[in-house]
Write a protein that binds this ligand. Structure first.
Ligand SMILES: [Zn+2]
Length: 657
C-alpha cells in the first residue's frame, strides 16, 4: 500500500512540476528543429558564442539580413548553447530559449534539441496609431517586449494626424502645446464635433505627446531588443491639427483666408521649410534609415483653388494635383537622402510619379506594392485585407470598437507577401497596422493586436512551406494564454466563434432565386452579389465590408417577382447596424403585395422598435405578417431613421414565406 501511494505521489509530482516542453511550441515556427535524445532541466547555464567558423559556414549562403539574425540554439543534457554571428542573432536565440524556459517552468525540462533559425523577411513590423488615441509611452515598452518575443523587428509609430500631434518639436512649440490636445477624450466624439484642438493645461484638454526624452527612451528600449522605430510625420494630407496650430501653412481661399481641410499647402515655401525643420528634429531622435512621411489620402480640393498651389503648378509645369503632390514628395525625398535617410510613404506617393529613392508601404491591396517593386523601389506590404488588424476579429456583439471588416486570425495567417510578385528582390517584408479610431485604451489595443500579431510575425519569419494554420493555431492558443498570464489582454482564442453562424446556413423561402427590381439603386460601393444578393438564400457575415451585405445610401425600395401567384404569410428583411460606420437600422419598413405588378392592394407598415447599439454591430429581422394573401409581386421599402450618422441601410436577404 505504501509503495502504491509513493508511485502515485511521484506521478502527481511529475505532472505538476516536471513539465516538459520543446521547439514545437515556438512562434514563429523555426526554420529547422531537430529533437535529440533526452531532456534538460530548464535552469542549465547558457553559453553564448559569436562568429565561430562553423556558424559562419552555416549562414554563408543566407542574405546578410537573415545571417545577422540567424541563431543556432542547442539544448543538451549538460548545457545550453546559443551561437550567432553577433548580438542580434544571439538576442533572437535567447527569445526562443526564454519562451521554452517559461513554458517548462523553473523545475521543468526542455527536450534536448537543436534549433537553426533565421528570418524570411527583413521587415517584420507593427504600426501603432498614437494620434487618434494617445496612451502615453509606458505601454510601448510592454508591447516592445511582446514584439521581441515574436521576433518582430520594426515598430512604426503613426505620430501625427488630424486628431492629434504626438511628438515634441522645439522649433514649433504649438504642435505640442495645442495640436496635441483636443476637447474630447474619444476620437469618435472629436470626429462629430468639428475636429478642434485645445490649449494644453486648459480644463477640457485631452491628449498629450511624447517629449523628446520619452521618444529617445522608446528608441533605446527598442534598440536593446533589436527593434527599429520608424517615425511617421504625415504630409501633405491628414494634417488639420498642424493647420490649427499654424494656419499660415494652409491653402488660401479666394479672399486670401486659410482653408482648414486636412491638407497642407504644397504651393507655400513655408510648408517645405517648416517640415524640413521638423524632420531635422525627428531625425535627431530616431536613427532609423527610413523616415515615414505618410503621403496618403490627401483631399487636394483646396489645391485646385489656392493661388499659391496654382502658381506652383504653373511654375513647374505640373498638369494636375497628383503631380503637385508628387513634386512635394520629391522635395522631401531629396532632403532626407541628403541627410543619409530614406523616404517611406503610403502607396499614394506613387500618384503622379514616385520619387527616385522612395520606398512604398502598400496598403490599398497588393497591386501598388507589386508595381513599385517592379519599378525598382523597395516595398513593405500591409494590404488592408490581411494586415489591418483594427478590423473585427470575431463576433462583434462581444467586443465592440473596431473598423469595418472581418479579419479573423486564420485570414491574417493565410497571407503570403510574395503572392503576385515576379521578383521579390525589393520586397522587404510586411507589417500589421493598428489604426486607433475605435481603440481608446491599451487593453483594447492589445485585444486587437494579439494573437493576430503572432500570425504576422510567423508570416514574416517562417518559410512559407513550413506554415500550416492548424499547427499554428494550437501554438497560438498556448502563447495567448501565456501572454494573458503576463498581463496582456489578448483576445481569447478559446472563445472564438468564427464567422456569423447565419452566414453559413442556407435559408429556404418563397423568394429564393427570384428576380429583384431596384426602384432605388444599391450603392456601387457595396453591391454584394448585385441583383442576386437579396434572394440568394444566404445571409451576410459579421460586418458590412464583405460580400453578402448590400448597402443603400438612403432609403431602399425594391420589387421582388415570385414568378407565380403564391400565398404570402410573411415578408421580412435582415438588417445590419454599425454606427461606427454610419450604418443604422431603418425606422420602418413598408411591404405591398400585388398579383399583377400594377395594383398593390395589400400593404403593411412595420415600425422598428430596436435602436442600433452605440458599439459593435446588431442584426435585426424586421418583417410583416399576412393572412395567406395571394401575391406574385412584393414591394419592399425601408426608411432611414433620420438620426444623425445613420446614413446607410445594409440588408441581406428578404425572406418571403
Ligand atoms: Zn495651396
Amino acid at each position: 500500500m505504501k509503495k502504491i501511494l509513493s508511485i502515485l505521489l511521484l506521478a502527481a509530482v511529475g505532472m505538476m512540476a516536471w513539465a516538459q516542453t520543446g521547439p514545437e511550441i515556438l512562434i514563429p515556427k523555426p526554420v529547422s528543429s531537430v529533437i535529440l535524445k533526452g531532456s534538460a532541466p530548464s535552469g542549465l547555464p547558457v553559453k553564448e558564442i559569436t562568429g565561430s567558423k562553423s556558424f559562419r559556414k552555416a549562414v554563408k549562403d543566407l542574405p546578410d539580413y537573415a545571417a545577422q539574425e540567424a541563431y543556432l540554439l542547442t539544448v543538451g543534457i549538460k548545457g545550453i548553447k546559443i551561437e550567432a554571428l553577433g548580438p542580434e542573432g544571439l538576442f533572437r536565440g535567447r527569445q526562443s530559449l526564454e519562451y521554452l524556459r517559461s513554458m517548462a517552468g523553473e523545475n521543468g525540462r526542455i527536450a534536448c534539441c537543436e534549433i537553426f533559425d533565421y528570418p524570411r523577411f527583413r521587415h517584420r513590423g507593427l504600426m501603432f496609431d498614437l494620434s487618434r488615441h494617445f496612451y502615453g509611452k509606458e505601454f510601448i515598452f510592454k508591447e516592445l517586449d511582446a514584439m521581441a518575443r515574436l521576433k518582430m523587428n520594426v515598430l512604426h509609430l503613426h505620430l501625427t494626424d488630424d486628431a492629434g500631434w504626438r511628438i515634441q518639436i522645439d522649433a514649433f512649440p504649438r504642435l505640442a502645446s495645442y495640436a496635441a490636445w483636443r476637447p474630447q477624450p474619444l476620437w469618435a466624439d472629436w470626429d462629430k464635433n468639428g475636429h478642434l484642438c485645445a490649449e494644453e493645461g486648459s480644463p477640457l484638454a485631452f491628449g498629450g505627446y511624447l517629449s523628446k526624452d520619452d521618444a529617445r527612451e522608446i528608441v533605446a528600449y527598442a534598440s536593446e531588443r533589436h527593434i527599429t522605430v520608424i517615425p511617421e510625420i504625415e504630409l501633405p494630407g491628414h494634417s488639420l491639427e498642424v493647420l490649427r496650430a499654424y494656419p499660415e501653412l494652409a491653402c488660401l481661399d479666394k479672399d486670401g483666408k486659410p482653408v482648414f481641410t486636412s491638407d497642407l499647402c504644397p504651393g507655400n515655401d513655408l510648408v517645405i521649410d517648416t517640415y524640413k525643420k521638423i524632420l531635422d528634429e525627428v531625425m535627431e531622435i530616431f536613427p532609423s534609415a527610413f523616415i515615414h512621411i505618410g503621403g496618403d489620402e490627401a483631399e487636394m480640393n483646396s489645391w485646385r483653388e489656392c493661388p499659391r498651389c496654382q502658381a506652383r503648378m504653373k511654375a513647374h509645369g505640373l498638369p494636375d494635383t497628383d503631380a503637385l503632390q508628387s513634386w512635394l514628395i520629391r522635395q522631401f525625398d531629396a532632403y532626407l537622402a541628403s541627410k543619409g535617410r530614406r523616404l517611406l510613404g503610403w502607396d499614394e506617393i506613387m500618384q503622379g510619379g514616385l520619387a527616385p529613392g522612395a520606398a512604398v508601404m502598400s496598403w490599398r491591396g497588393t497591386s501598388h506594392g507589386i508595381k513599385a517593386a517592379a519599378a525598382g523601389h523597395d516595398v513593405i506590404m500591409s494590404p488592408t485585407s490581411w494586415c489591418y488588424i483594427n478590423r473585427n476579429q470575431d463576433n462583434p456583439i462581444a467586443g465592440g470598437g473596431f473598423a469595418g471588416g472581418y479579419l479573423p486570425l486564420e485570414k491574417v495567417y493565410s497571407y503570403n507577401p510574395t503572392d503576385g510578385f515576379d521578383d521579390t528582390y525589393h520586397l522587404l517584408g510586411l507589417q500589421g497596422n493598428l489604426w486607433a479610431e475605435h481603440i481608446p485604451s491599451v487593453e483594447h489595443l492589445e485585444f486587437m493586436a494579439f494573437p493576430r500579431a503572432f500570425a504576422l510575425a510567423e508570416i514574416g519569419w517562417t518559410p512559407q512551406a513550413l506554415r500550416n494554420y492548424d499547427d499554428f493555431r494550437g501554438r497560438a492558443v498556448i502563447l495567448a494564454d501565456y501572454m494573458r498570464s503576463l498581463g496582456y489582454n489578448t483576445f481569447d482564442l478559446h472563445s472564438e466563434c468564427g464567422d456569423r453562424p447565419q452566414s453559413r446556413e442556407i435559408i429556404h423561402h418563397l423568394a429564393e432565386g427570384c428576380p429583384v427590381k431596384y426602384i432605388t439603386p444599391f450603392s456601387p460601393k457595396y453591391p454584394a452579389e448585385k441583383e442576386a444578393s437579396l434572394t440568394n438564400a444566404l445571409q451576410g457575415g459579421w460586418t458590412y465590408v464583405e460580400d453578402h451585405w448590400q448597402g443603400f445610401e438612403g432609403d431602399m425600395d425594391v420589387v421582388i417577382d415570385l414568378g407565380d401567384v403564391k400565398k404570402v404569410t410573411f415578408v421580412g428583411g435582415y438588417f445590419l447596424s454599425c454606427l461606427d460606420a454610419w450604418v443604422g437600422l431603418p425606422a420602418r419598413i413598408e411591404v405591398c403585395l400585388s398579383e399583377d405588378g400594377v395594383n398593390f392592394t395589400e400593404s403593411a407598415k412595420v415600425m422598428n422598435q430596436s435602436v442600433a447599439p452605440e458599439k459593435g454591430s446588431s442584426y435585426n429581422l424586421l418583417g410583416a405578417f399576412f393572412q395567406a394573401v395571394p401575391a406574385r409581386y412584393i414591394r419592399f421599402k425601408a426608411f432611414l431613421s433620420g438620426r444623425i450618422h445613420e446614413d446607410w441601410i445594409f440588408i441581406d436577404e428578404i425572406i418571403v414565406k
